[in-house]
Design a protein around this ligand. Structure first.
Ligand code: SF4
Ligand code: SF4
Length: 198
């Protein structure tokens, strides 16, 4: 009798689930969208003229509890300028085999260069590819932006960039979300192209 009751209960659970909303997602064809403030892959943002916001100060690397960030600063010159002011990041790496997505690095960044997107497709089949460099992390060039190195276009000094930054923050539109989240891909020239879900 006990066995019969137990089986009945077990089948009852199965039966009840047949009428519940399906939670299976059609991944990777229709990836689920995370919450807007989800902590995903980092972005190194640009000023509205295309210069990099990162000044190579290493504060993000010092704040990181997982030792996941490596930065080497370089000197800007009048001929080779990558950011306003004296310094830029000549090497910038984030090791996603170490990162725990805590966000302490973006809190530490004094220029709002470093922010996080909500892209979560970061799995790779080897550890080397989990080390993202400036090539992967820099925000794409938007229309009106120019590929550095180039002179400062928005003022004479770096102060002209930072004092007016709140009025003209130079958002990295197209980079703050994973391309599939907006169905829009921004290529290196800043042109946004519609793309189907990949
Ligand atoms: S999110 Fe956290 S663990 Fe990842 S790089 Fe930033 S500080 Fe380090
Ligand atoms: S991302 Fe921000 S904190 Fe890190 S080196 Fe660049 S400016 Fe400094």
């Amino acid at each position: 009798m006990g066995t019969f009751t137990g089986s009945f209960k077990g089948f009852g659970v199965t039966f009840a689930h047949m009428f519940r909303k399906v939670v299976t997602t059609d991944y990777p064809f229709s990836p689920p969208k995370p919450a807007p403030r989800y902590h995903g892959r980092h972005i190194l943002n640009r000023h509205p003229d295309g210069l990099e916001k990162c000044i190579g100060c290493e504060l993000c690397a010092w704040a990181c509890p997982a030792d996941a960030i490596y930065v080497e600063g370089g000197d800007n010159t009048d001929e080779q300028r990558f950011s306003p002011g004296e310094r830029y990041a000549s090497i910038y790496q984030i090791n996603y085999a170490r990162c725990i997505f805590c966000g302490l690095c973006i809190e530490a960044c004094p220029t709002r260069s470093l922010t996080m997107s909500n892209e979560y497709e970061l799995a790779r089949d080897n550890r080397q590819d989990l080390i993202f460099t400036k090539k992967e992390l820099l925000a794409p060039l938007l229309p009106g932006m120019e590929q550095p190195p180039h002179p400062m276009r928005l003022g004479e000094t770096d102060k002209d960039y930072y004092l007016g930054a709140l009025d003209n923050p130079g958002t990295s539109k197209g980079a703050e979300r994973a391309p599939w989240a907006t169905n829009e891909v921004v290529d290196g020239s800043g042109e946004a192209a519609k793309e189907g879900v990949r």
